[in-house]
Design a protein around this ligand. Structure first.
Ligand SMILES: Nc1ncnc2c1ncn2[C@@H]1O[C@H](COP(=O)(O)OP(=O)(O)OP(=O)(O)O)[C@@H](O)[C@H]1O
Length: 323
């Protein structure tokens, strides 16, 4: 069995009378990616702050590489790297100077060599001597992460590393995370993006209103929600009624005019389903086969949609209004 890089037990934290973490427990195996998933304000940054010694917990214990965060702050700081939502990058320095400063602070030798390697690894060589203020958001995040890697920490905390990044920069970040894990680094990643956790994490914990409402591998979490189904959208309630009568075992959403029909998703079953609708002269406006994803998990666990879906829905309705 792999040793534990992070062990959290009974962690509690409140701001005044607002309880943000209400006794949470989890364990992260060394060399794995653990993702803490939760909507805005769920307490992800608070968790990172406690785990990285920046904030004291009200109760509970946290061990990082075996060291207690409350009593062995120095030892903990020696083995971790932290990339926060608010980048530690000094805008008035160049990328190279920022890295050099970090290498000096951490007394990493030979500093120049480490800096050159990181600039190359993060594809920042061309802009290395430009002021960081001129960098794009994606470049700044890369520089921030490169600075975190100076001194090769065993355990890295990434607090929403891709929030606000375009899809291409997000994928670059994912690639870097995968490389780090391949080298044996442990990653603690917070994210609002279900897809990100699904892509990167060995284990996921879902934080909601102070509690971890689920923990497991992405596959285990997906198993907690209804399986593959066909989703049909109709023009009006009359068509929905008709379809619901014809297709046994379907569940309906009257507001959205949607019918969900359990299915294995194979072409033969789909053809059968469509033929039945056609025989009864029922037309579906939309037709899709849906395999459960982490969005469904979040919805099933918390009764609310995940952030990505909320954004997507808002965008769709804005687009609809614009049209
Ligand atoms: N220093 C503070 N004093 C009072 N309340 C705070 C403080 N820091 C955070 N909070 C509140 O605690 C809750 C959790 O905040 P936290 O930043 O940990 O959430 P988060 O999951 O990281 O959210 P986000 O995705 O928006 O970064 C929020 O409601 C926040 O407003």
């Amino acid at each position: 069995m792999r040793s534990s890089a992070i062990a959290v037990s009974g962690l509690r934290k409140a701001y005044g009378d607002k309880v943000v973490l209400d006794g949470i427990d989890f364990d992260v195996a060394a060399g794995s990616v653990f993702s803490l998933l939760g909507p805005n304000g769920a307490g992800k940054t608070t968790t990172v702050n406690v785990l990285t010694t920046l904030m004291k917990a009200d109760a509970g214990t946290v061990r990082i590489a075996g060291h207690d965060v409350a009593s062995a702050t120095k030892e903990v700081r020696r083995v971790i790297g932290v990339t926060g939502q608010f980048a530690a990058v000094d805008e008035l320095l160049s990328g190279r100077e920022n890295l050099r400063l970090m290498a000096d602070l951490k007394r990493v030798r030979p500093g120049d060599q480490v800096v050159t390697e990181l600039l190359e690894r993060f594809d920042l060589v061309e802009s290395a001597d430009k002021m960081a203020a001129t960098y794009s958001g994606g470049m700044r995040r890369k520089l921030d992460l490169a600075m975190t890697l100076v001194g090769a920490p065993q355990i890295i905390f990434l607090d929403e590393p891709t929030t606000g990044l375009d899809p291409r920069s997000r994928r670059t970040m994912w690639g870097i995370v995968r490389e780090l894990v391949a080298d044996g680094t442990t990653i603690f990643l917070t994210t609002q993006y279900l897809e990100e956790a699904d892509q990167l994490a060995d284990r996921i914990a879902v934080l909601d209103q102070g509690h971890l409402v689920a923990q497991g591998t992405p596959e285990e979490l997906k198993r907690q929600v209804p399986g593959t189904h066909v989703r049909l959208r109709f023009a009006d309630l009359y068509e929905l009624d008709e379809a619901a009568r014809v297709l046994a075992g379907a569940t309906r959403d009257d507001e959205e005019l949607i019918l969900r029909v359990p299915s294995d998703g194979e072409s033969k079953s789909l053809l059968g389903l469509l033929s039945r609708l056609d025989e009864h002269m029922i037309n579906a406006k939309e037709f899709s086969v849906h395999t459960p994803d982490l969005d469904d998990v979040f919805l099933a666990l918390t009764g609310r949609a995940g952030t990505e879906r909320t954004e997507r829905t808002e965008r769709t309705s804005e687009e609809a209004i614009a049209r």
